[in-house]
Design a binder for this molecule. Structure first.
Ligand code: HAM
Length: 426
């Protein structure tokens, strides 16, 4: 039997990883400019972190987690999302006591969800995410949203849409919840089986149901925006004001509820509107979670963050025909002719690399002609030619593949000369 990658997983081969590295670097640079710092948390956690963090009634916890007992019988779970683990680490490492507040963190993570795979939905996928812990200033909400938009802008994405909503504070949500139960109860028998249980456990999630989205009860469902108390409304207005002054366009969607339980106040998503993108268009989801830190055993600490799926982001770049400026070239290729020359080549290549110069050579016993062909294929900028004659004269031939020009360089000056050419000297 041929071994294949497990369903819902893919291999990222070098041609792809070049693009990923470019995208990741753009994000890191944007994070730098926003003064965010990287956090790396474990790929698995005690199952309870997600049960308590993401919420018992969510699809993620009920249906999608890779949960297993380890050899000592502890229940562990491969992380299905990044926020709960970051908040667990924040509490455990007492980052709330750090003199620098708020904590502005970013991460790249591999996530695992047992979902039905389709384009843009995998069982193992990657996210870039940020979390800010320790401030309830609406300017932070706007900053986090603007960070996401800046990343997309720097990558050249244009067909994107930002959607925001407020889920309000606890009081607002409770009033809205009661109104939802009252509204949907008469339709209970007509709703799907998931929504029947959502009605009792988590009625807000009915608004996000794909099966019942066209049911007549949906259009008239009570809007959270009509149940925001004064404080929550003022908070949301401030967030929108800050987005306005940054000229960040957005739409308010009162049905945006998000699939995880920890959200309150600001919730937002960014979708791709590129033609041919596919059925699942959400590139990014995020929001405020002021109660999560306490739920995970820490002190009362407000938080907000987002995560964007890397696979979907790369799909969006492709759908918009954006050519990422990835470098497919090689600085130098070393052609050594004869055993002595090869030995000297091994030494020189080692020196060049120590000096920060990228260089490769033949390991396939190719003929000289074939080595030049290989250098061409690899887009080498320079080819070095070292044979017995050159060795005797203590020189090396350096050919510029762009101009075709070939120069002889004394071996003793070779490393410095190449540093000058490629790195502009010391
Ligand atoms: P989420 O909406 O579950 O939020 O996921 C965020 C993004 O991850 C999605 O918009 C999508 O791009 C990507 N994603 C989710 N599931 C899959 C999948 N099965 N395959 C491929 N991509 C996927 C969260 O995870 C929250 N932790 C976001 C957050 C951070 N909220 C506050 N802080």
């Amino acid at each position: 039997m041929k071994l294949k990658a497990a369903r819902g997983t893919v291999d990222l081969l070098p041609h792809e990883t070049k693009k990923w590295q470019y995208v990741e670097n753009v994000m890191k640079e944007v994070c730098e400019s926003y003064h965010f710092e990287e956090i790396r948390t474990p790929m698995f956690e005690h199952t309870e972190v997600f049960q308590r963090g993401v919420g018992e009634t969510t699809d993620i916890v009920q249906k999608e987690m890779y949960t297993f007992p380890d050899r000592s019988g502890r229940s562990l779970t491969l992380r299905p999302e990044g926020t709960a683990g970051v908040v667990r680490a924040f509490v455990e490492n007492k980052l709330y006591g750090s003199p620098i507040q708020p904590n502005k963190l970013y991460y790249f993570a591999q996530l695992f969800r047992y979902e039905r795979p389709q384009q843009g939905r995998m069982r193992q996928f990657h996210q870039f995410g940020v979390e800010v812990l320790g401030s309830a200033d609406p300017a932070v909400d706007a900053e986090v949203i603007s960070l996401a938009m800046t990343c997309y802008e720097k990558l050249g994405l244009e067909s994107i849409k930002l959607v925001v909503n407020s889920l309000g504070d606890e009081e607002s949500r409770k009033n809205h919840r009661d109104a939802l139960v009252k509204h949907f109860a008469p339709y209970k028998d007509e709703l799907c089986s998931d929504c029947k249980s959502r009605l009792e456990q988590n009625p807000l999630r009915i608004l996000d149901c794909k099966k019942d989205m066209n049911h007549e009860s949906m259009a008239k469902a009570p809007s959270i925006l009509d149940y925001l108390n004064k404080e929550s409304e003022e908070y949301f207005n401030k967030v929108k004001e800050y987005l306005d002054v940054m000229n960040i366009p957005y739409t308010v969607d009162q049905n945006l509820v998000r699939g995880l339980d920890y959200y309150n106040h600001t919730a937002f998503e960014i979708m791709s509107e590129a033609e041919g993108f596919g059925a699942i268009t959400t590139l990014l989801g995020g929001g405020r979670y002021n109660d999560l830190t306490q739920q995970l055993g820490g002190p009362d600490t407000p938080g907000i963050g987002f995560a964007t799926g890397m696979e979907r982001l790369l799909m969006a770049l492709e759908a918009e025909n954006i050519q990422l400026p990835v470098d497919e070239s090689l600085d130098c290729y070393f052609v050594a002719i004869g055993g002595q020359a090869k030995k000297e080549a091994v030494r020189l290549i080692h020196e060049l690399r120590k000096n920060g110069i990228q260089v490769d050579q033949d390991y396939q016993k190719r003929t000289i002609k074939a080595q030049f062909r290989a250098a061409n294929r690899l887009n080498a900028k320079y080819v070095f030619i070292l044979g017995e004659d050159e060795l005797e004269q203590q020189i090396i031939n350096v050919r510029s593949m762009d101009s075709g020009e070939q120069t002889e360089i004394p071996l003793e000056n070779f490393i410095d000369a190449m540093k000058e050419k490629l790195l502009g000297g010391d």
